[in-house]
Design a protein around this ligand. Structure first.
Ligand code: SF4
Ligand code: SF4
Ligand code: FES
Length: 242
């Protein structure tokens, strides 16, 4: 006899909703996304869930499993003691059931000045410069870091802060030795790096284990503080830029 487990899955939309309990047989190696698929196949064919790869590569199946932002396809059912509660990401508007509208993130991405090469490729670069930003390119845009960030999640400060995913995007560009653009004023004023108070929750939930705070946000804050928040240096930079 297969072990039975109860999944409490959020059902609803913008107008309201609640968790509904579904009992399912647990199979060896089952992940939460399998369990949700089993519920769809046998008990609730209209349960909405977004997924694609089932291999932790596409970043589509983001949700909150027992309150923790997680990829459903990477979260083993047998690793969770007791009941399992599956809810949509809280930081983004709900579409239906487990599906949220993450388009705000794509709007932010468009506002960041893209790579501006100082000279035509091919480039000669030191290995250490390649390695410094390599981890940032592993991002699968699951937006779990955005979901856990209390600035976006609890204070709804989406007008003031782009969130950790876009801090690593900016850091990747700023740390590229062949990039000639200057995004520090933008990082301070529009992207709002100063809103981050280094709680490090974002790097704890990242499925790619990117060191968002230590390797991107803190160095970015240092650069911005040096240039934008020190009044003498800021004045010097303004004069030099004229
Ligand atoms: S470290 Fe900064 S960006 Fe990361 S979760 Fe905390 S406040 Fe948000
Ligand atoms: S940095 Fe990590 S948690 Fe954030 S979107 Fe990229 S892969 Fe997801
Ligand atoms: S289904 Fe692609 S990351 Fe989970």
């Amino acid at each position: 006899m297969a072990e039975m487990k109860t999944l409490h899955v959020f059902r609803g939309d913008q107008s309201g909703g609640e968790e509904v309990a579904y009992e399912i047989p647990v199979e060896a190696g089952m992940v939460v996304l399998d369990a949700v698929h089993q519920i769809q196949a046998t008990q609730a064919p209209d349960l909405a869930v977004r997924w694609n790869c089932k291999a932790a590569r596409c970043g589509s199946c983001s949700a909150e499993v027992n309150g923790k932002p997680s990829l459903m396809c990477k979260t083993r059912v047998d690793a969770i003691e007791g009941e399992i509660h599956v809810r949509p990401m809280k930081a983004f508007p709900l579409i239906r059931d487990l599906v949220t509208d993450v388009s705000w993130n794509y709007e932010k991405a468009k506002q960041i000045e893209p790579f501006a090469p100082k000279e035509p490729a091919p480039f000669t670069m030191y290995q250490r410069d390649v390695e410094r930003s390599q981890q940032f390119r592993k991002c699968i845009e699951c937006f779990l870091c955005q979901d856990v960030c209390h600035v976006l999640r609890e204070h709804s400060a989406k007008e003031q802060y782009f969130g950790p995913r876009f801090m690593i995007k900016i850091a990747e560009l700023e740390m590229h030795p062949m990039d000639g653009a200057d995004r520090l004023h933008f990082t301070s004023h529009q992207a709002g790096v100063g809103m981050c108070n280094i709680t490090k929750c974002c790097q704890e939930v990242c499925p790619e284990h990117i060191h968002l705070t230590d390797d991107a946000i803190i160095p970015l804050k240092e650069r911005v503080a040096d240039r934008e928040w020190d009044p003498i240096r800021a004045l010097f930079h303004k004069t030099a830029a004229r």
